[in-house]
Structures are given as C-alpha cells and as structure tokens.
Ligand binder design. Structure first.
Ligand code: NDP
Length: 412
C-alpha cells in the first residue's frame, strides 16, 4: 500500500479523490491539500456521501500553498505520502515536483508547467521546465510521470499502443478531442477559463515534416467523422502531448485537434478581439487596476457547476497512420465517455472525469510496481498495456477501429 497526497481541489481533484477512495484497498491513507481547505473538506464529504471508500481508512484535508516547495515537502513527510497526484493549477508543477525529489516520493501531473507571466513557450514545451529535472529524478530514484490525464495522458499511451500492437512504422499521429456534450449555458469553459483561454491565445505548434510548424488558433479546421459523436469540426490546437510525442516519433507528423462549435468561436473571438482575454492589467476611469482575463473568469460559470446538467458524450482518440507488413495502414484508438454517467458516479462532468481517472490508474500501477520506474517519464515511454487494461476496468474503456472493424481493446 502507498499513501497518496492529492494536490488541488478543483473539478479534476474531485474525480481523483473519488477514484482513489474506490481503490483505497491498494492505495493507503488518502490526503488532499489545496489553497482553500474548505474545498478539500467538501470533496471528502462528497466521497463519504457516495460511500466511495472501498475499505475503512483515512481521508484528510489540508491547507497548502503548493508554490512553496518546503511546505509541500513538510506535508509529504507529515502525511507519510509516497505518491503525489498533482491536479492543482499548472502554475504549481515545478514546486511540487521539487518537493517530491527532495522527499524521494513519486510524482505525477496532468498538464505541463506554465509560467503565468508567459503566454506561449518555445517548443518542445517539456524542455523548458520538466525535462530539466530528469537527472535529478533519476539520481533520487523518483518516479515522475508527466501529463497523465486523458490528453495529455491516455492519448500518449494510445500512440504507443499503435506502435506496439498495430503498426510497423508510424507516419502520422492525429489526436482528436471532441466534446459533443451540452451544458445548457450561453457560454462556459469546461475547466479553469484562465488555463482554457491561454491554450487558445498562443501559437499553435505542430510537428510536421520533421520540424515545428506555427499556425494561429482556428486557422486550420477539418471535419472528422468519429464513432458515436459523428461528424464534428475540429481545429488544430497547441497541446502538451505534441511536445513529447514529437520526441519519440520524430519521423511522424504529430497534430492535435480540438472540436469547437461556431458559437464558442464567435464568443471567444469577440472576447479576444476587444482585449478581454488579456493578462495585462488595465486601469479603469475610477483608478481601479484590473486584469481583463480575471474579470471574464469571475463572470463565467464555475466549471464545476456545469456538472449536474451536463448531457451527451465525449470522444477522444488517436488516428495513427503508417505501415503494416509493408502496406499502408491506419488505426483509430479511442474512448467514449458520458457526462451524465460521470456525474452519477463521482459528481463531476465528463471532461473532469476523463482527466481524473488516468492519474489514479497511474497511482495504482506505481503502488503495484508495474509503473514504478524510478525516473521521469512521459506516458508514451511506459508500457501502455497495464494502464489501458486498468482503465478498462475503472471507467474509461478503450476501443479500436481499423480495417478489421470497431471493437473493444482487451488484453485478457
Ligand atoms: P481547477 O481550476 O478546478 O482547480 C485547480 C485547483 O488548484 C484549485 O482547487 C486551486 O485551489 C488549486 N490551486 C491553485 N493554486 C494553488 C496553490 N498555490 N496551492 C495549492 N493549490 C492551488 O482545475 P481543474 O481541476 O479543472 O484542473 C486541474 C488540472 O488538471 C489542471 O492542471 C488542468 O490543466 C489539468 N487538466 C488536464 C486534463 C487532461 O486531460 N490532461 C483535462 C483537464 C484539466 P483553490 O480552489 O483553493 O483556488
């Protein structure tokens, strides 16, 4: 058994907490820490309300400033945690990772580190922060799994599965993320608006023809026809996983596509064009200094509040092209998740669910040794089979569609 410390108390942390509780027979004592302790208490209360703890055990809340490395290290020691699941804001990744290296415990996150002062980093993004700590992890024997949500995360494992199971060579990896759900609000983001908009205001980097290409958001669109969600328009977007997959598959084109409706694009374009997505403070006529993006965030619905009324499904997967036995071949590896089912099980919408289940699977794999690699890894560096098998059993089943048909991926 390994004790777990969850950092953050947002939508994804809610799912992580419920899933850890459902598997606290293999994980040990559970702890959750965030800036606002009451949010941690609310999450623990919802876990108990659902009777989610598999066996009787500890689940405690803590107040923590995760930007303070020594405070994180102290809490790791105090709680005897051996695995840290960091699902706080991506601004805290490096301080939490440093604390894990200092205390010698396993680390994971679901998004790349971001510096709030920088709008867009140079590619590959992981080289700017995380990969600089590779040697330190190896020296300390620390398992650090980067970006183990759904995308990044499961989609990286899908690329590796295509390499291991289905194709001999890989020439193209297109990751497609479609949310065909409906929250019923005029406009809302599915997770922190600040992080969400930052994703779309910077340069869109893709890896094509063996080099980094640059586009603007919504410049390159394409209609996809996917299982369950049908025909959907998606736009090439900048995303974390492109920046690690390009490293493992330098000869392949690696692109990420995110589905958007015209309404979302219209509202986003108006907000951006009149400067309301800016992180630069402006001063009002009354002398009040405000950050436009923070004001927009304060006006929009809290992403967690969307969960009760959310209906419909998500489809996220990898279309991987290449060759098999000397012939051209392609495979689509994917998951379909349902917003309402997620809410009924853990009280969250589908986007948080798909992001929150995979790090718990990773924690179980660290606890049972199969992913306890004692070094830093992106998900595609690890054996995808135990991960995908476990996800099949704990709420995120994988399917594959190729020339032989559309079927469940099952390793028996
Ligand atoms: P939220 O904004 O809902 O939650 C973030 C949490 O971080 C909040 O509880 C916040 O605390 C806490 N936090 C912020 N600053 C600090 C600090 N200095 N110390 C301690 N806690 C802090 O985000 P989500 O739950 O939606 O997302 C969590 C993470 O998951 C993000 O990194 C996001 O990018 C990632 N993600 C990954 C996905 C994937 O598939 N890979 C998909 C969706 C999200 P407080 O509430 O007290 O302010």
């Amino acid at each position: 058994k390994k004790n777990v410390l969850i950092i953050g108390a947002g939508g994804v942390a809610q799912v992580v907490a419920h899933k850890c509780a459902q598997h606290n027979d293999v994980l040990g004592a559970l702890h959750i820490a965030s800036r606002t302790k009451s949010k941690c208490n609310d999450i623990i209360a919802s876990v108990h309300e659902k009777g989610a703890m598999k066996v009787a055990g500890t689940f405690e809340a803590h107040a923590l400033d995760a930007k303070d490395t020594s405070a994180v290290a102290d809490l790791i020691r105090k709680t005897g945690s051996q695995i840290v699941i960091n699902v706080g804001t991506p601004y805290v990744n490096m301080s939490v990772l440093d604390a894990c290296i200092e205390t010698g415990v396993a680390y994971m996150d679901t998004a790349i580190h971001e510096d709030p002062a920088k709008i867009c980093e140079t590619p590959p993004w992981y080289a700017n922060y995380e990969w600089k700590k590779r040697e330190a992890c190896e020296k300390a024997g620390v398992t650090a799994i980067l970006g183990v949500g759904f995308d990044p995360g499961v989609v990286n494992a899908y690329a590796r599965l295509a390499e291991d199971q289905y194709l001999d060579t890989i020439t193209e990896i297109d990751i497609v993320d479609i949310n065909a759900g409906s929250h019923g609000k005029y406009f809302a983001t599915n997770f922190d608006p600040e992080i969400n908009f930052r994703e779309f205001t910077g340069t869109v980097y893709s890896w094509q023809g063996g080099e980094w290409r640059e586009n603007r958001m919504f410049e390159v669109g394409k209609e996809w026809d996917l299982p369950v969600v049908g025909k959907q328009k998606a736009y090439m977007s900048g995303h974390d996983e492109v920046h690690s997959l390009a490293n493992r598959y330098p000869k392949a084109d690696v692109r990420f596509w995110m589905g958007f409706g015209d309404h979302y694009i219209n509202v986003f374009t108006v907000l951006k064009s009149i400067g309301l997505l800016s992180e630069q403070p402006v001063t009002t006529a009354e002398g009040l200094e405000v950050v436009p993006l923070k004001v927009v965030k304060a006006c929009l619905p809290d992403p967690a509040s969307l969960a009760p009324g959310y209906t419909g499904k998500t489809c996220i997967g990898d279309l991987v092209k290449g060759t098999k036995d000397g012939k051209r071949a392609e495979v689509f590896i994917y998951n379909v998740a349902d917003h309402k089912e997620a809410f009924n099980e853990v009280g969250s919408q589908g986007i948080s669910y798909t992001a929150g289940v995979p790090p718990v699977a990773a924690a179980i794999l660290i606890a049972n040794g199969s992913w306890d690699v004692k070094k830093m890894a992106n998900v595609e560096d690890l054996d995808p089979k135990p991960f995908i098998s476990l996800l099949n059993r704990i709420g995120l089943p994988t399917r594959v569609k190729d020339a032989e048909g559309d079927r469940a991926v099952d390793f028996g």
